[in-house]
Design a protein around this ligand. Structure first.
Ligand SMILES: *Cc1c(COP(=O)(O)O)cnc(C)c1O
Length: 737
């Protein structure tokens, strides 16, 4: 098929603009973000420009000079490569999938609408703050791979999340770029929605993004029809105050439901990914009640129960954090203002509406919590790791009665003393994963193609070719490890020089940065949001002991950090400052670095280049964590507190556990204890194993650990496995209802 059409194309006169249109079309489907050939094709147009525009092919195409264009038009190999990429995308889109091959005709009618406030699809499409967005982006990619019929609903932010600049004194500079949507991979659907708001009608435009087979609808209020305040609703991700937050969440939830109508989508399942989107379930309830209004014989109570049942039947809710600040809460006054018509539309009293979101339904001072609303209206709830499911059941047990039911009219049917045993609370778990192809360093593909024979296109959620990682000869795997570490060291140096140049550093300092870090030294990475519970500076608790570990002449160790704190989180920013200050001290210079502005590119470089991935949160606040699932794709090893996903994966060989997985305390003593444990591991196991080389220079014990890490983590903690589980255990049962 593709050969015939490409011959025809070559026979026709190669119209000049045709090439650019075709490149643009290839860039408009985010499939290229996990296809190394397509990325290499875009990069080849102008490698320096490709880097300068954050690997954004649309921005790159817009910036090519006339002479570059003329030269590229005469390049036949470019046409051949483009044809190959087009054919690969065509084949990807047309090939049968796990879902299309295994689902029954009734199941194939399933349509999932997946709501999320952020999606991390690529560094050039910076509509994410951290782990939630990365998870959601990877979910869409695997849904496409597996053929699970799913459309995404979100927002398109004019400025996205902030860009972090560390000032010379270590304080955080917060900068917001303004994105030109013409240079983002989104298409104007020409459709808008209108939402009633207290200060007048709010109009939002619907943009569409293509992620392989998956479509995303993104809402944007930055339109002339809106007031300046309304235009600002989709300006910043997690920006503004609590007033902005409720407006964004009404837009995402209620507006998202309207947008699905406008786009002609008829979902049979709603998936609320985190509480931000819970108003979608309230809107679904309003619709059910309206539909049932004709059924005159039923009492209002029966109508209510049936409508709630129907909404619960088709709604899936995933909760992502046990940290209180992670659960949005609005005041009764806000709810009164924004949902003035709510009680009438739902046929309930104001107090009953408020009680839907209250932890203590009878307490008029209690706020309206989006997680509580979601738990009351979603019949299929889950946490994001086995441990997190456990924590969520304990955390929310007071909402459920002894039988594990949750009242939808808690005022007239309080749970009271009959609170559920956590075992009866119907919150399950689906452990998170990562989209392997997105995070896998392209340099490793030849090695894996040769020994593991991965079949990316058409693979099912259970296909786990990583189990055969032992086939890779130790020497080759170790050589690959060094190559990736060297790639990271070059990257670190380049980023350090950029940072120093901007801060006005002297030439001696810049020259030193070009020599910093070593491609042969044990490299440990720590990169994640600098939320305080993640304790980024923990390893500096005893600077003398750490310095002795890093500067051991026979067994040098180096540490690379990256992470942003929320712009309002002073404590998290102080963490960045402390790490920056340590990196400037003579004992740590050239061995410790803080790379600013953690994003997907930094994430890819660090998780592929580091030998050890350090994770030291306060148990049990790391709901899952996903960054630790990325290093094993490259033979990296985790050294982590037994929190989030790690208790499910750790087997004594595939990495290290910092603690015993029991304590749930916090405070200076706990920090002390955990820091000591990290030092002990580094001194007695990690550094000695890494440097114990055989005659051919290979650390056999270490390589065994690498293989164990690949075998036990890569398949089991992929979004292919994860989306398969959502489909089988959540989506299909919800669709069946
Ligand atoms: C993987 C990734 C995350 C998730 O990190 P956690 O360790 O799960 O907190 C966040 N941000 C970026 C840029 C990532 O690549």
């Amino acid at each position: 098929m593709s050969r015939v059409s490409s011959n025809r194309r070559r026979a026709a006169a190669p119209a000049a603009d045709n090439l650019w249109d075709r490149l643009r079309r290839l860039a408009m489907n985010l499939w290229w973000t996990w296809n190394p050939d397509a990325q290499a094709l875009f990069a080849s147009l102008d490698p320096a420009l490709w880097n300068a525009c954050q690997h954004n092919p649309l921005a790159l195409l817009a910036r090519l000079s006339d002479s570059q264009r003329a030269w590229l038009l005469s390049d036949d190999t470019l046409r051949v490569r483009l044809e190959q990429c087009e054919a690969a995308l065509g084949e990807y889109l047309a090939s049968p999938t796990w879902f299309s091959e295994t689902a029954t005709p009734a199941q194939r009618k399933m349509r999932v609408a997946y709501f999320c406030a952020e999606f991390a699809l690529h560094e050039s499409f910076a509509q994410y703050a951290g782990g939630l967005g990365v998870l959601a982006g990877d979910h869409l990619k695997s849904a496409s791979d597996l053929g699970v019929p799913l459309v995404a609903v979100g927002m398109l932010y004019r400025c996205g999340y902030y860009q972090q600049r560390i000032r010379p004194d270590g304080t955080t500079g917060v900068y917001y770029p303004e994105y030109d949507f013409a240079e983002l991979p989104v298409t104007d659907t020409g459709k808008t929605i209108v939402l009633p708001m207290p200060d007048g009608k709010l109009t939002a435009k619907i943009w569409r993004a293509e992620i392989g087979r998956t479509r995303a609808y993104l809402l944007d209020t930055d339109l002339p029809a809106n007031t300046p305040a309304q235009r600002a609703i989709t300006r910043h991700l997690y920006g503004g105050d609590n007033e902005t937050r409720i407006q964004q969440e009404i837009l995402l939830g209620c507006g998202g439901m309207f947008a699905l109508d406008a786009a002609g989508e008829t979902p049979t399942v709603l998936h609320l990914n985190e509480g931000h989107a819970a108003f979608a379930a309230l809107e679904a309830l309003r619709r059910e009640l309206k539909r049932k209004a004709g059924a005159k014989q039923a009492t209002p109570a029966a109508q209510w129960n049936r409508a709630v049942d129907r909404v619960r039947g088709k709604t899936v809710f995933t909760t992502h954090t046990p940290v209180p600040a992670g659960h949005d809460r609005f005041s009764a006054e806000q709810m009164d203002r924004y949902f003035a018509d709510g009680p009438a539309a739902l046929g309930i009293s104001r107090e009953e509406l408020l009680a839907l979101g209250r932890e203590r339904p009878g307490d008029p001072t209690d706020s309206f919590c989006m997680t509580v609303l979601a738990l009351r209206l979603a019949g299929h709830c889950n946490g994001v790791s086995k441990l997190n499911g456990d924590v969520a059941r304990r955390m929310w047990r007071h909402l459920f009665d002894a039988k594990g039911n949750i009242p939808s009219k808690p005022l007239s049917n309080p749970v009271g003393e009959k609170t559920a045993d956590p075992k009866r609370v119907p919150i399950g778990h689906v452990t998170n994963g990562v989209h392997s192809e997105t995070w896998l360093a392209p340099e490793l593909r030849p090695l894996y193609d040769k020994y593991l024979k991965p079949a990316w296109v058409g693979a099912g959620p259970g296909d786990d070719w990583w189990r055969t990682a032992g086939r890779i000869p130790a020497g080759e795997l170790w050589a690959a490890r060094r190559m990736l570490r060297e790639r990271l060291v070059h990257y670190i140096r380049r980023r350090m020089v950029e940072q120093l140049t901007r801060r006005g550093a002297g030439s001696a300092e810049i020259a030193a940065a070009w020599e910093a870090f070593s491609a042969d030294a044990l490299t440990i990475g720590f990169a994640r949001r600098f939320a305080t519970y993640k304790r980024a500076p923990l390893v500096f608790s005893d600077p003398k002991r750490l310095s002795a570990i890093l500067n051991n002449p026979k067994r040098p160790v180096q540490l690379v950090f990256s992470g942003k704190a929320h712009p309002a989180d002073r404590e998290g920013q102080a963490f960045a400052q402390r790490i920056h200050e340590f990196s400037q001290q003579p004992a740590f210079a050239g061995r410790v670095v803080l790379i600013e502005n953690y994003d997907m590119e930094t994430g890819r470089m660090l998780t592929s280049g580091c030998d050890v991935w350090l994770n030291n949160p306060l148990r049990p606040r790391e709901a899952s964590g996903t960054s630790g699932m990325k290093p094993p794709l490259h033979g990296g090893l985790n050294c982590s507190i037994l929190d989030g996903w790690w208790p499910e994966a750790f087997d004594g060989v595939n990495g290290w556990a910092i603690d015993d997985g029991k304590s749930e305390e916090s405070g200076p003593k706990v920090d002390q204890r955990d820091a000591q444990a990290i030092y002990r591991l580094l001194e007695r196991e990690i550094a000695p194993d890494f440097y114990a080389r055989d005659k051919s220079g290979v650390p056999q014990r270490w390589v065994k650990r690498m293989v164990a890490s690949m075998k036990t983590v890569c398949g089991a903690f992929s979004t292919a496995r994860m989306v398969g589980e959502y489909a089988m255990n959540y989506y299909l049962p919800a669709h069946g209802r």
